[in-house]
Design a protein around this ligand. Sequence first.
Ligand SMILES: Cc1cc2nc3c(=O)[nH]c(=O)nc-3n(C[C@H](O)[C@H](O)[C@H](O)COP(=O)(O)O)c2cc1C
Length: 202
Amino acid sequence: MVQQEHIEKEKVADTDHELLNLLKQRYSPRIFSDQELREEEMQTLFEAARWSASSNNWQPWRFIYAHKGSDTYDKIAECLGEFNQSWATNAPVLMLSAYKKTNPEGKENFHALHDLGMCLGTMAIQAEHMGIALHHMAGLDWKKAHNIFKVPEEYHITTGIAVGYYGGTLSDLPEKLQEAEVAKRKRKPQEEFAFKNEWRTI
Ligand SMILES: Cc1cc2nc3c(=O)[nH]c(=O)nc-3n(C[C@H](O)[C@H](O)[C@H](O)COP(=O)(O)O)c2cc1C
């Protein structure tokens, strides 16, 4: 079995340029400490989301969250795909993120998904500062989530998010996920996405 103490060292991003520690250290764990998240900490995370930028200041983000041991937590877990269910219930809190598809005039808000992503980026950095990790999950049955939580048509449930303090033990994971948990993080080089002066298709 892979040793736990390797995790933090391996997970700090090997960046090409010096970055804030909060950015280098953030990663998406599949194990979490047993430490509970208090309501005040959840409110701090949502406060970070609240002060994010958004198109026309429409703030289209929405969240449903629940603590482990509650019926709602189990309902959120039930909406996750099988793979995500195999690890996400290690987290003390599960959330669903959603965005409002329409603007106050009822027309499409084309930038709503952008704004949800941006607010989650803001929340992730606040969380990192508090020693808390967010692990986003596209692998969920969003239609099931809409039905269970009676979410109106003008909203779209986008991701599940496992939230908890960094920590936990590798043996909390199925064997085949343990290797990935300690693997070095990788990224594309900047040349593949940041184009000076002209578009490049790669
Ligand atoms: C929108 C989104 C959806 C994701 N969906 C899943 C998922 O369903 N299951 C999972 O295990 N990880 C998921 N991830 C986590 C990514 O795999 C992870 O962020 C990526 O591999 C980079 O790793 P890092 O966050 O540790 O740097 C998702 C991340 C994002 C932002």
